[in-house]
Design a protein around this ligand. Structure first.
Ligand code: ADP
Length: 495
């Protein structure tokens, strides 16, 4: 199959969250399984890691192109790049006015004013790429930044270009909370007729909604876990889009993300002090723990449970629960490590905790990929009390690293963590701790149960080792995506 995957970020070129991991990992896995995969993302020169130009062999390809963005024409060009040890073809859309910026979507937590224009341009650039580098059997768009693309293909490109007539489109929602909602006049930027600006298609409470556009126009819609796929069809988790989502019926499918085990696996991880497997975890994880404690400035105490969080600091990720728990979090002998950036109040909250308890709490308010790996390897418990969680990656990384997760049982957290109960302990299937009702009390109870069990070494080893042995590979997810791709293609059979 010839597959084009497009997203607004992908490792190792640019990353603000899980989308970047997923876009690349899925592309690589499909490629390993014999498919011809092209990944298209914007070119953010300021976000490239040092030496990227040589390491990723970034060179220009093709001529300049220009596409309409509202009444104006915007010019861009394509660069091609290689991901080391991979045969995925990467196309970077180069347009310095839009993408040569310090971060992809926001500056000092405020979205760029021209975000709609930037990603309308990007979606139109992807259509140009499809014409130039295609034909493709599948175009797979992700999140609101590429939500316009299925509409452009459906409304314009299929009619203009016979080669695209049978191309299937798939749209994946990684987080329904981010919708790409803009005032109605931005409809002009899309270049599509106003007739599509209606409540069944692109309009949402008087605004233009690019996520909704993707949901409505794609042949198939997926989201990143089966539980989240069900949740988002209800008013509680639907952010107003539950009718649009349930309207898609069987064309909406939940597929749990996998883990890129070339990057996130304790046997291969190149950032951690020593590698380890389930056979060597007892000795080697203790070495990683001591290394981590030293690195973040906590006492090198092998007996204190190290409890970690690596996360955007936002309400979604449960920081309001943590803040309400306050000092009660520290009613034990654990050490805490917080790595993340986000809302000011939560950044201040963790900084204050570490000032009050300098020997117990380390707060690292920054984005640090290498440290994230060291934390996964050196910690004993991982907290993920998210209010909602489409899939979540860190609970899966944690399990593989023998770092037992404590999670709110929603979305992908419910689908990936088997909570400790007398039955799951008997069956040896338990991999973590969870709480059902989103409340500080519920969270603290689960956390305290986990800390108590940490002291029971045989039971703890069983939970930890069961997590380490989970099959969280992308191979399983990629098979499910291929099935969805076939359904999308089937919708155009005979055309
Ligand atoms: P999100 O909703 O933010 O996408 P996920 O759990 O799906 O949440 O993915 C988050 C990804 O970003 C994980 O790979 C996590 O390790 C990483 N991450 C988040 N914050 C940081 C940070 N401050 N430093 C390093 N990595 C981070």
């Amino acid at each position: 199959m010839r597959i084009l995957i497009t997203a607004s970020e992908a490792i190792p070129f640019a990353k603000t969250g899980g989308l970047a991991d997923v876009a690349t990992a899925l592309a690589q896995e499909l490629n390993v399984e014999g498919h011809d995969v092209t990944l298209v993302i914007p070119h953010y020169p300021q976000l490239l890691p040092p030496g990227a130009r040589q390491r990723f062999q970034i060179t220009s390809i093709g001529d300049e192109f220009s596409v309409p963005v509202g009444p104006r024409k915007s010019t861009g060009s394509f660069l091609q790049a290689k991901i080391p040890n991979s045969n995925v073809q990467v196309i970077l859309v180069d347009q310095p006015d839009y993408f040569d910026r310090p971060s992809p979507y926001v500056y000092e937590n405020i979205p760029y004013e021209d975000n709609c224009e930037r990603f309308v341009f990007f979606s139109r650039a992807v259509v140009t790429a499809i014409k130039q580098f295609g034909p493709f059997d599948i175009v797979h768009a992700n999140d609101w930044q590429t939500g316009l693309l299925p509409a452009l293909i459906d409304i314009e490109a299929r009619k203009q270009n016979p080669e695209i007539r049978r191309t299937g489109t798939v749209f994946t929602i990684h987080n329904l909370a981010f919708q790409g909602r803009f005032w109605h006049w931005d409809m002009v930027l899309t270049g599509l007729d106003w007739k599509y600006f209606n409540w069944k298609q692109m309009e949402f409470f008087g605004d233009l909604n690019l996520l909704k556009t993707g949901i409505v126009f794609a042949d198939m819609v997926t989201t990143v876990s089966p539980t989240y796929a069900r949740e988002i069809q209800t008013p509680d988790y639907g952010w107003g889009l539950d009718p649009a989502l349930s309207g898609r019926g069987n064309s909406l499918v939940g597929i749990l993300n996998g883990v890129d085990t070339e990057i996130w696996h304790p046997e291969k991880d190149r950032f951690i002090k020593v590698n380890y497997s389930v056979e060597t975890v007892d000795v080697n994880k203790a070495i990683c723990k001591a290394d981590l404690q030293e690195q973040v400035g906590l006492p090198k105490n092998p007996d204190a449970p190290v409890v970690a969080m690596i996360s955007r600091m936002s309400e979604q990720k449960g920081f309001d629960l943590l803040k309400k728990a306050g000092d009660r979090l520290l009613n034990n002998d654990a050490q805490f490590i917080f790595l993340g950036t986000g809302e000011h109040v939560y950044e201040e909250f963790v900084k204050e905790l570490s000032q009050t308890y300098p020997n117990r709490v380390a707060s690292l308010v920054k984005f640090d990929e290498e440290l994230a790996h060291k934390i996964e390897a050196g910690s004993d418990l991982f907290l993920m009390p998210s209010e909602f969680e489409p899939c979540g990656l860190n609970q899966m990384y944690s399990m593989l690293y023998g770092t037992v997760p404590v999670v709110h049982a929603v979305g992908g957290l419910a689908d990936s963590v088997v909570p400790v109960t007398p039955e799951t302990l008997d069956e040896k299937t338990a991999t973590g701790f969870s709480f059902d009702r989103y409340s500080t009390e519920g969270f603290l109870k689960a956390f305290e149960t986990a800390l108590k069990m940490f002291r029971d070494k045989p039971v703890w080893s069983q939970i930890r080792d069961t997590g380490m042995q989970q099959d969280l590979s992308w191979a399983r997810s990629a098979r499910n995506y291929l099935e969805v791709y076939r359904k999308a293609i089937d919708k155009h059979a005979g055309k």
